[in-house]
Design a protein around this ligand. Structure first.
Ligand code: GUN
Length: 290
């Protein structure tokens, strides 16, 4: 039996269509379009592609895209000053600082400097706290995209056993938290996990986010399980996921491909978060310093 493919490109397109329609209503009524500021430090080729894709998505849905391209040698203070200006600019709704940053800049210092109400990445500790507390806030884009992909492909989540492979702040931990709030029973696995295959083989839903090419093989997957591949690994044979696609598709019930699975969802959810920040739905101001 072959798994049903979860078409992230199509799901992302329908989310972007919904966002576009909402923004058209706003602007037709005389409102300003939502605006996203993207800050890129340096010339990392992968980051440049991400930034280009974000710009294209903004244009497609009617979000104003503003880019700040800073030199590789930029100091932390200069970057913090740029963020302060964006924090105080009433015409900017979302701020995204592309990661990774050059080594002279502290990533936590930068992420904590972004106004949580404009933190469309959902990486600020205030938004991390709100996620854990299941209170309103901006959710990280890839985890939110994974959840949306599961829901819109018709998965029933309540009571399901989930194995999340990977414990990163960007994907593993927030994805596990979102699925816990959907009443899943979640196990987070990592490089030190013992008897990993026993855990993955008992999972109804398997999320692979470890950054190891084709790590998840058919023998690790429960028959008919839902498998979501978050990996983007550049290998000599091209970009591959964390899942051995050809092997696993013979066992799984549903499988998200790479490319065309989670990737397009991340950008769609960034557009969603920017519109949400514009509408002020990311909630109460925090502190007074921003
Ligand atoms: N670099 C890789 N993924 C991400 C992401 O989700 N957000 C940001 N800001 N940088 C990234």
């Amino acid at each position: 039996m072959n798994a049903k493919l979860i078409d992230g490109k199509a799901v992302a397109q329908s989310i972007k269509d919904e966002i576009k329609a909402e923004i058209e209503k706003i602007t037709a009524g005389g409102g300003r379009a939502p605006a996203l500021a993207v800050v890129l430090v340096g010339h990392d080729p992968a980051s440049q592609i991400y930034v280009k894709n974000k710009r294209k998505a903004c244009h497609a849905v009617g979000i104003t895209s503003v880019e700040h391209l800073l030199d590789e040698s930029t100091g932390e203070k200069t970057l913090l000053d740029v963020i302060t200006i964006l924090n105080n600019d009433d015409d900017i709704d979302g701020i995204l600082v592309q990661l990774p940053l050059p080594k002279q800049i502290s990533e936590p210092a930068v992420l904590e400097h972004i106004n949580p109400l404009k933190d469309v990445d959902g990486f600020h500790p205030v938004n991390v706290g709100r996620l854990v507390a299941n209170s309103p806030g901006l959710r990280p884009c890839t985890p939110a995209g994974i959840l949306e992909l599961l829901k819109r492909s018709g998965q029933d989540l309540v009571g399901k056993k989930v194995a999340v492979l990977g414990r990163s702040n960007i994907v593993g931990k927030p994805t596990a938290t979102l699925l816990l709030h959907e009443s899943c029973t979640v196990t987070i696995c990592h490089s030190k996990t013992r008897h990993l295959a026993d855990i993955t083989r008992s999972a109804d839903i398997l999320i692979a986010a470890i950054g190891r090419p084709e790590f998840v093989t058919a023998d690790m997957v429960k028959p008919s399980a839902v498998v979501i591949d978050v990996g983007v690994n550049r290998t000599p044979k091209g970009v591959v996921g964390d899942v051995d696609f050809e092997g696993v598709k013979k066992v799984a019930g549903y499988l998200s491909p790479v490319p065309g699975g989670v990737g397009p969802m991340t950008i769609a959810m960034l557009m969603y978060n920017t519109l949400k920040a514009y509408k002020g739905l990311s909630r109460r101001p925090v502190g007074g310093g921003h």
